[in-house]
Design a protein around this ligand. Structure first.
Ligand code: NAD
Ligand code: TYD
Length: 355
């Protein structure tokens, strides 16, 4: 990576925090990371604890909202930002169904503000290497029992979340075609691993199972997702940023298609093995009302990424899930602070009002 000042948006979230750790430990990157995050409910500075001390001259945190265009412009010029890796988003489908407004603001208007700031930097003659946009396979809609999403699959988003992400992908593409902004986009399948906010399926089920609470499975539990361990995702992003063709899109996936009910069963069995309870955790499985517009199946064809950049995931679903379960057991304090609301107060005291 040529970048000297890489702006990472949403770096206090699940994937962004894993990515920052990955980049700072990467010998091929010697630049500085500016982590810009507005600390919504999903942003947790604890995910990056210790980095500001360990990498005193290479890591800095800026609390700012990507919807605030003038704050974004000011950060671009103050830090001489020359590359962007854009994770910041509202990311949970169920929340987008209940309250779509913030998804439109953050995911679409926020991305627009960042693109404008990058375009301004590039057009003023300053070096600007790359705007990498993190997106999702959900923009492609739902698959039947056969086939996979390729980069050529037409966009057919079904939730306000996926529609807002699709819109932001189109904006990024347009800024490359119209203004020649150096961009890349990656569309990734479902991630799992350390630091995932416990509203998403895998951490929710691990924590509920540990606490002996019901494990909610939507509909018939046979919806399929293609799961990728988060550090595999981060390594794919690094490869795309380093060597991906500007203006191109890359799909990232895990070759790990699983029905939700199988995952929930696997988590129960792992916990029964590692931390036995009085009764099998499978007894906690509870089928609940389905999510409206629930996509049936996602599966990613990542041939392009493999062929052009040689990337392939390192973790299998079985090894990645075991690591994840162990991480949540060993880091009960992290999730307890989130689930009890204690960390909300701590963030307010240390970082001011949350967004
Ligand atoms: P997350 O919800 O854990 O984190 C999002 C982060 O963005 C938080 O730190 C939050 O505070 C920050 N943020 C939100 N709105 C902001 C705003 N207006 N200004 C500044 N910061 C803001 O999300 P995640 O799971 O880490 O996902 C990161 C990115 O990856 C998203 O763009 C998402 O669409 C994409 N993605 C996620 C998955 C997945 O399985 N989690 C899969 C594919 C793609
Ligand atoms: P989720 O983790 O919310 O990711 P996404 O909706 O982006 O795929 O959900 C993964 C799958 O698990 C999805 O098919 C919905 C389902 N699900 C449940 O069955 N129960 C739950 O409590 C949650 C949060 C999700």
């Amino acid at each position: 990576m040529k970048s000297e000042n890489l702006l990472v948006t949403g770096g206090c979230g699940f994937i962004g925090s894993n990515f920052i750790r990955c980049m700072l430990a990467d010998a091929g990157f010697q630049g500085r990371i500016i982590n810009l995050d507005s600390l919504t409910y999903a942003g947790n500075p604890e995910n990056l604890q210790g980095l500001a001390e360990e990498y005193a001259d290479r890591y800095v945190f800026e609390k700012a909202d990507i919807c605030d265009a003038s704050a974004i412009q000011e950060i671009f010029s103050r830090y001489r930002v020359d590359s962007v890796c854009h994770f910041a988003a509202e990311s949970h489908v169920d929340r987008s169904i209940k309250r779509p407004e913030t998804f439109i603001q953050t995911n679409i208007a926020g991305t627009f503000n960042l693109l404008e700031a990058a375009r301004g930097t590039a057009s003023q003659g300053s070096t600007f290497h790359l705007f990498h946009h993190i997106s999702t396979d959900e923009v492609y809609g739902s698959l039947g029992p056969e086939g996979c999403f390729t980069e050529e699959t037409p966009y057919r988003p079904n939730s306000p979340y996926s529609a807002s992400k699709a819109s932001s992908d189109h904006l990024v593409r347009a800024y490359h075609e119209t203004y020649g902004l150096p961009t890349t986009i990656s569309n990734c399948s479902n991630n799992y691993g350390p630091y995932q906010f416990p509203e998403k399926l895998i951490p929710l089920v691990i924590l509920n199972a540990l606490e002996g609470k019901a494990l909610p499975v939507y509909g018939d539990g046979k919806n399929v997702r293609d799961w990728l361990y988060v550090t595999d995702h981060c390594e794919a992003i690094v490869e795309i940023m380093r060597r991906g063709t500007r203006g191109e899109t890359y799909n990232i996936g895990g070759h790990a298609e699983m029905e939700n009910i199988s995952i929930v069963g696997m988590i129960c069995d792992l916990l029964d093995e590692i931390a036995p309870a009085k009764a099998p955790r499978r007894n906690l499985i509870t089928f609940v009302k389905d999510r409206p517009g629930h996509d049936r199946r996602y599966a990613i064809d990542f041939t392009k990424l493999n062929r052009e950049l040689g990337w392939t995931p390192k973790e299998s679903f079985a090894t990645g899930l075991r690591k994840t379960v162990l991480w949540y057991i060993e880091n009960r304090g992290w999730s307890e602070r989130i689930r009890s609301g204690a960390y909300q107060n701590w963030i307010q005291e240390n970082y001011g009002k949350r967004s």
